[in-house]
Write a protein that binds this ligand. Structure first.
Ligand code: NAD
Length: 471
């Protein structure tokens, strides 16, 4: 029996089954997570479909105001949610507070966006208006790295545009989402936002569900492909925000001391568990040694430990699966001649701790370069020819973000334009904002989030074409 329950039609519901959610800092159970049955998923979809009948018709102003109320509700409960998030995800409390601040900011800003009707033609022949209508029930499937912020990225634009939602968090971090949805339900009509939890199978049931009109999914490339496949039968709309293996390219005119802090920030934020983290750094041979020295000087040195301790600077990786993957990549790089510049020694348990690690003398063809690490590892690759470095940066199936570092922003921008990525940063890596579209190219995804373009993805176009001459 769990203190947590599914949230369906504004009510908290118990389930027959549950599983223990592990605190990655201690490997102890935080609480039991409810496991929704197929019938409970059906009930959540029915509740959302029923609420849609009214919510799709309330005024635009009312829906905009609801976004503000969601932001306020999150802010009022930020401390409670931050503690719960840290317990199940591992990030230090400051990181959890940052995530909740982001969630509130995104919810508030999304309230201010709108998609007004467009007059395409208005003359003696016809008046043609393009309007945007909601889709119906949106299924949201979220990952474990920023569970609350990403849930808000999915849910708020859906609600803003008149859809209703069934949200399914990752089985690694379900508790804070269940609690957040319970809190948000205090300011929304019943059924507008529902939350179901369980294993990965539940995600698959959602993608197959005839009552769900669209899936917004954030997660790995591998799962994204499955989501797209099983959404095809009912021709669901899909937005897929998938993994990346972002390259940073340093140009030979860059000043290593001044760019090192930004590179470290881009690589190690959230313990490297960021879809658009800097995951491979290409550095010209002429400044390679100097760049390596400056990266080590800029690397974080704060205390690694339980995120609930206020003086902790680095928490554990979020779960055992990710820990084993990151340790495997690190060991493989060491075995194949990678030179550890800092970190590199994984402490004994309990807890899934891996220190911030920078590795030199690695190259394409090694797992640490070719695979998305999604952890606190930064491989530094030497290059002699810029065209070759750009080809290597573009040489993988993914294309989420990328960055170019130089003293000449004009030159860097020209190189940035050659990157096959949804976002190309110059002299920074990772900043995102609620008014700036964000998404991946190639296997990093389909569609965008944020801004008006992101909002439009939760709508369908209707054209009303009124003949004038025939009257
Ligand atoms: P994951 O793909 O393992 O899981 C994501 C979600 O999908 C979870 O809720 C999971 O339960 C669910 N799921 C699993 N199998 C499913 C199936 N067959 N059908 C439907 N749903 C299913 O990803 P993760 O490990 O939770 O997250 C890490 C990945 O997410 C990384 O690759 C990272 O780069 C990516 N990510 C991308 C973005 C972005 O905006 N592009 C943001 C954050 C994370």
């Amino acid at each position: 029996m769990s203190d947590f329950g599914l949230i369906i039609n504004g009510k908290k519901l118990a389930t027959a089954e549950s599983f223990g959610v592990i605190n990655p800092a201690t490997e102890e159970i935080v609480a039991q997570c409810p496991v929704a049955s197929k019938e409970q998923l059906d009930a959540a979809v029915s509740a959302a479909a029923n609420a849609y009948k009214t919510w799709s018709k309330v005024s635009d102003e009312e829906r905009a105001a609801a976004c503000g109320k969601i932001a306020a509700a999150i802010s009022d409960h930020a401390d409670e949610l931050a503690r719960l998030l840290t317990q199940e995800q591992g990030k230090p409390l400051d990181g959890s507070r940052f995530e909740l601040g982001g969630a509130g900011a995104w919810a508030g800003y999304t309230g201010s966006l709108s998609l007004p009707d467009k007059v395409i033609q208005d003359d003696e022949n016809a008046r043609i208006i393009q309007t945007r209508k909601p889709l119906g029930v949106v299924g949201s499937i979220t990952p474990w790295n920023f569970p609350l912020m990403i849930a808000i990225w999915h849910v708020v634009p859906a609600i803003r545009t008149g859809n209703t939602v069934v949200l399914k968090p990752s089985p690694f971090t379900p508790l804070s989402t269940l609690r957040m949805v319970e809190i948000v339900n205090e300011v929304l009509p019943p059924g507008v936002l529902n939350c179901v939890t369980g294993t990965n199978e539940l995600g698959q049931w959602m993608t197959e569900h005839e009552g769900i009109a669209k899936i917004i999914f954030t997660g790995s490339v591998q799962t994204g492909k499955k989501v797209m496949g099983s959404s095809a039968n009912s021709l669901k709309r899909v937005t897929l925000e998938l993994g990346g293996n972002d390259a940073g390219i340093v140009l030979d005119d860059a000043d290593p001391a001044s760019i090192a802090p930004g590179i470290i920030q881009g690589a190690f934020m959230n313990n490297g568990q960021v879809c658009a983290a800097l995951k491979r750094l290409y550095v010209p041979a002429s400044i390679y040694d100097k760049m390596c020295d400056e990266l080590v000087k800029a690397a974080p040195t704060g205390k690694m430990g339980n995120g609930l301790d206020e003086d902790t600077a680095q928490g554990p990786l979020a779960n055992k699966m990710q820990y084993e993957k990151v340790v495997g990549l690190l060991e493989d790089a060491k075995a194949r001649g990678g030179r550890v510049l800092c970190g590199g020694e994984v402490p004994d348990g309990p807890g899934y701790f891996v220190p911030f690690t920078i590795i030199a003398d690695v190259s394409g063809g090694m797992r640490i370069v070719d695979e998305e690490q999604f952890g606190p590892l930064l491989p530094v690759i030497k290059y002699t020819d810029l065209d070759d470095a750009i080809a290597q940066a573009n040489g993988l199936e993914v294309g989420l973000g990328g960055s170019v570092w130089s003293s000449d922003t004009g030159k860097a921008s020209a190189v940035a334009a050659r990157l096959e990525s949804g976002t190309a940063w110059v002299n920074q890596h990772g900043p995102i904002a609620p008014n700036v579209p964000f998404g991946g190219v190639k296997c990093s995804g389909i569609g965008v989030e944020f801004g008006e373009e992101g909002l439009a993805e939760y709508t369908t176009i209707q054209v009303v074409n009124v003949a004038k001459s025939a009257a």
